[in-house]
Design a protein around this ligand. Sequence first.
Ligand SMILES: C[S@@+](CC[C@H](N)C(=O)[O-])C[C@H]1O[C@@H](n2cnc3c(N)ncnc32)[C@H](O)[C@@H]1O
Length: 334
Amino acid sequence: MPPRGALCLSSSRPQTRFQCGAPSPARQRDVRRRLPSRPAAPAQPASRRRSLPPQLAALNRTCLSTTELVVRAAVEDDPRHLRHAAMTDPATAAALPVERIWELCDEMEASYDATTVRHLGNLGVGAGWSCWEIGAGGGSIARWLAGRAGHVLATDVDPRLLTGLPASAEAVRHDVRAEPLPDRTFDLIHARLVLIHFPERDELVAKLAGALAPGGWLVLEEIEPRGQTVLTAPDAASAAVFGSVQGRILDVLERAGSDVEWAGRLPEVLAGARLHEVGSARVTTRWQGGGPEIRLLAANSVELAEQLTADGVLPEELALFRRVLADPRFTVSS
Ligand SMILES: C[S@@+](CC[C@H](N)C(=O)[O-])C[C@H]1O[C@@H](n2cnc3c(N)ncnc32)[C@H](O)[C@@H]1O
């Protein structure tokens, strides 16, 4: 039996990219190497060594708290502590992508998971199925699959948040673009908000179809953010600034290699991948200003602020864009 089919789910929900602003270990080493060596401090009497001024003790405490959270994440195998650590670290808290990494992961998973599990459930994922979750992120879908299927391979190029999975799921660091595919076949391969960013996305779909077991399913979920329509706005200026800034954000993503209209072409791409059945579904909801989904748009505008400014978006336009997104009178299709 040939691989049975492919399902493409698209939504006009926007993409948010998470970025950790904390220096990598290699960069931290560089920073340390550049520090001038300090002359040894003169020996202090024991009484002075004990009296660390309270403001310095407080500074010390902030660093220690972050380190303690990271250690706790490792000991308890709980990714939430890592997210907390990124948010409370004094250096990273100044930059929103890091400050909000935990909240953003939660928001994205919460806003997409209901649709995803409904469709995966309809396919009949169950005992004995071998599943591959690509670009698994925080692992919410891998966890859901693990509760139903026989075995789940959850891969991500950055698997730091993929902890705390049940025994039937395996978290592996894997770059789906650059590395060979796993040496086995799957009853289900699922990727959500991953392939849209890769220039070689069409070729990858064909390769993934080849990794399906007979009767297996390939399920890809992507976004169509150019289709978003303003439904209500406090005034005409708010609607206009939404259209112009959101359009520029999508331009920046496209220049970086994303194809924000790919979801619309997915049925055709899947049909070309020698699959037996191809289906597609489009999901549209209504987002309200200040709600969890719409906050992802505001985060995009902060994360990409430098490129947007270089593209001629004025600081006052960005500020108004974020104010509009926080206003409950503003609603937009997803
Ligand atoms: C927008 S997030 C989506 C996460 C998850 N699929 C979800 O919907 O909640 C994109 C994920 O793809 C991962 N990713 C990016 N490039 C990748 C690559 N080349 N191979 C595997 N994973 C990749 C990122 O690390 C990130 O976790």
